[in-house]
Design a protein around this ligand. Structure first.
Ligand code: CTP
Length: 407
């Protein structure tokens, strides 16, 4: 399969991709409409094929409206000559969501029973299936054997998830959420065609919380968005990604190995292990520089501080400066003044290949924003000023430079 076009738009991670979405008959069909929409939003051209059973749950018109393309249900009545195989040929990826037990059985046995299974048989594109069914059907040995067969053939499977089923019972059988299906597809395409495949990229993100007592901490305003965006971008490019995250309220990107930590001490230990075989470490976290010298092992009471309370702080280790290796070493400099000068000082002290500096007090940059305006300063003194862009796009810019260094 060909790599994505060179003019990749980092904010449209599936741009240039033709994704065929197969929909089979399950009560969860309504979620397939959202999947089609999310694939479009990610930049993909989307073409839908359905089984007759699926059309009993949701109208082809829904998908036609969402994708701007004809939907193929009947493999014998299409205007296009040999349409049934042409759809399969056009595909850069084939996603079947929801995939019923019957669909999995047909796929495993190579049956071209309908337009969905026929497309699977006729395509050479990677296939992702998102099963959805009653938990007893999923757990049946026949279904499990079929899924094992498909996995052996290289078919990727996302879900089913544990949760409430249509019957009202709880079990393993729910269709993966649309964002998870799209995340699994991006992971799969990255693994097959990404320019970082075979590489291990370690990213740190978020603040650390240094305990004052069991309920209070010293921390900062980092939300982790920058680090999570980098992790997702590296995942999209096929890297194996370890994300060491401080306490943040963000969902893990699909396919990324996340290790949650609270303190600098824990972050250091996690990163020492993760970077042992890393090709790159991107230190986007904002570890607390200081921690309380003697955290109380019980909650401090108001009465303890009637004359005021002094918390003695000691310096934390500098994580990136302490780490021995990590391959290409990238740091961040969060400043509120003298951006370039302060950032330059940090390069040699932290043994960085380059540093990404941003003014956290500027509009559109810094904590909690979706965008960032950064300058990149290289160890040889070269400085690049990047325009204001999404954090995802900044992530790709960083990864481009890492790739240059790895080459
Ligand atoms: N960093 C680190 N360990 C720390 C503090 C920071 O590894 N204890 C890393 C950050 O993740 C970032 C880089 O060092 O990649 C610079 O962080 P920053 O907070 O800008 O600088 P400091 O080294 O903390 O220096 P100062 O507070 O004086 O700006």
């Amino acid at each position: 399969m060909e790599a994505p076009p060179a003019a990749r738009n980092p904010d449209l991670p599936l741009s240039g991709r033709h994704v065929v979405l197969g929909v089979t008959g399950s009560i969860s069909c309504y979620k397939a409409a959202d999947i089609a929409s999310k694939l479009r939003q990610a930049g993909a051209a989307v073409e839908v094929v359905m089984t007759p059973a699926a059309t009993k749950f949701i109208s082809p018109l829904t998908f036609q409206s969402l994708t701007g393309r004809d939907v193929v249900v009947d493999m014998f009545s299409t205007a296009e000559a040999e349409a049934h195989v042409e759809v399969a040929r056009r595909a850069d990826a084939f996603v079947i969501a929801p995939a019923t037990a019957d669909c999995l059985a047909n796929l495993a046995h190579g049956n071209a029973a309908d337009m969905v299974t026929l497309t699977a048989l006729a395509t050479t594109a990677p296939i992702l299936v998102a099963p959805a069914m009653d938990n007893q059907m999923w757990e049946h040995p026949a279904t499990q054997d079929n899924v094992a067969t498909l996995r052996e053939r290289g078919v990727e499977v996302v879900g089913p998830m544990l949760g409430r089923l249509a019957t009202g019972r709880t079990g393993l059988g729910r269709l993966a959420e649309p964002a998870q299906v799209v995340g699994a597809l991006r992971t799969l395409l990255g693994e097959r065609t990404g320019d970082l495949r075979g590489r291990h990229v370690v990213v740190s993100a978020g603040p650390t919380h240094e305990p004052i007592d069991p309920v209070r901490f010293v921390g900062n305003r980092s939300t982790g968005k920058m680090g999570f965006a980098i992790a997702e971008a590296a995942r999209d490019r096929g890297a194996r990604v370890t994300l060491v995250a401080g306490p943040v309220a963000l969902e893990s990107p699909w396919g990324v190995h996340r290790i949650d930590v609270a303190t600098v001490e824990q972050m250091l230990i996690a990163l020492e292990q993760a970077t042992a075989d890393a090709d790159a470490i991107i230190m986007a976290a904002a570890p607390a520089d200081f921690r309380p010298a003697n955290p109380a092992d019980h909650k401090l009471k108001k009465a303890d501080g009637q004359q005021g309370l002094t918390v003695e702080l000691v310096q934390n280790p500098d994580i990136i400066a302490t780490l021995a290796g990590g391959g290409v070493r990238v740091g961040f400099a969060a400043e509120t003044r003298n951006l370039a000068a302060y950032a330059k000082q940090k390069l040699p002290a932290k043994r960085l290949d380059f540093i990404v500096a941003n003014d956290v007090s500027a509009a559109g940059s810094g904590f909690g924003t979706e965008t960032n305006e950064v300058i990149i300063i290289h160890s040889d003194g070269r400085t690049e000023e990047l325009p204001l862009m999404s954090k995802h796009a900044v992530g790709h810019a960083i990864l481009d430079r890492i790739l240059d260094r790895l080459a």
